[in-house]
Design a binder for this molecule. Structure first.
Ligand code: FES
Length: 266
């Protein structure tokens, strides 16, 4: 009987960097411009130390939430001020921002985006990468990407705090119900943040993973179905929330600095 030999495991020897003829560079270029601009804006704002709170309307920008430094202006610290005066490069929200940064940095969607755009590993499907070796995420430091599920848990707590801030933006200093354009912007931002947090791949696994069958866990099955639906749009939430965070922060900064006034609805 003749034996069939397995095909040799060799890559096709193609000298061209890619045979793609479409505009595959547009995605990595878009991501580099977007992420670099966003990080620059967020860094400046987080370290600015002003224009983050509107006392009259209880507006707090998400970049300063929770405000926990003794330098936070009166009224803006809803959870106490337990951090002493800080050097300028440490933000007032020093207990939340590092976790949010790590949450996004280890996010599956962002990983794809920055591996392709900054690292070019690879820049796009079917495009030869410049790196000679591929070690995946098995070694330090990339093995730390596995901590994503823990940063997700921190992000859930911070989203609850952001929700509290957004609800507070519907009250005045006496605690009466009030509403302005800023209240709606902060609320819209927090809804999108929940969309991003709950559509996370780790969330999907936490909700519906490690089960032998769903029939014995109808509630978890229902939750998993909902999270799976959100998960289909996770990449969109990842990008949209970058925009909603900037809109919310910039709006609070402009009102706080007296550049614009907040149109009141109620
Ligand atoms: Fe994107 Fe978890 S995979 S936040």
């Amino acid at each position: 009987m003749s034996t069939v030999e397995a095909p040799a495991k060799k890559r096709a020897q193609i000298s061209a960097r890619t045979l793609r003829t479409d505009n595959w560079r547009s995605y990595p270029i878009f991501i580099v411009v977007l992420f670099t601009t966003w990080v620059a804006y967020a860094t400046v704002r987080a370290m600015m130390g002003k224009y983050y709170w509107v006392d009259e309307y209880n507006y707090l920008t998400p970049f300063y939430s929770p405000c926990v430094s003794t330098e936070c202006v009166p009224g803006s610290a809803h959870f106490g001020t337990f951090l002493p005066e800080l050097p300028f490069f440490i933000p007032f929200a020093a207990v939340s921002l590092p976790f949010l940064l790590l949450f996004r940095l280890t996010c599956y969607y962002y990983r794809k985006a920055y591996y392709r755009s900054y690292w070019r590993s690879p820049a796009a499907c079917a495009v030869r990468e410049p790196h000679k070796k591929y070690t995946g995420e098995r070694r330090f430091p990339l093995v730390a990407q596995n901590l994503h599920r823990y940063f997700w848990a921190a992000a859930v707590i911070i989203s609850i705090i952001n929700t509290y801030d957004a609800l507070l933006a519907f009250t005045d200093s006496n605690g009466d119900f009030r509403m302005g354009l800023g209240s709606l912007i902060l609320l819209g931002n927090v809804i999108l943040l929940w969309g991003y947090t709950l559509s996370c791949h780790s969330c999907r696994h936490i909700v519906g993973g490690r089960l032998k069958n769903f029939s014995k866990h109808p509630l978890r099955y229902r939750a998993w179905t909902l999270v799976s639906k959100l998960n289909e749009r996770h990449g969109q939430y990842a990008l949209i929330t970058l925009g909603s965070l900037v809109v919310a922060d910039l709006y609070v900064a402009l009102v706080s600095g007296g550049v614009i006034s907040d149109p009141r609805i109620i």
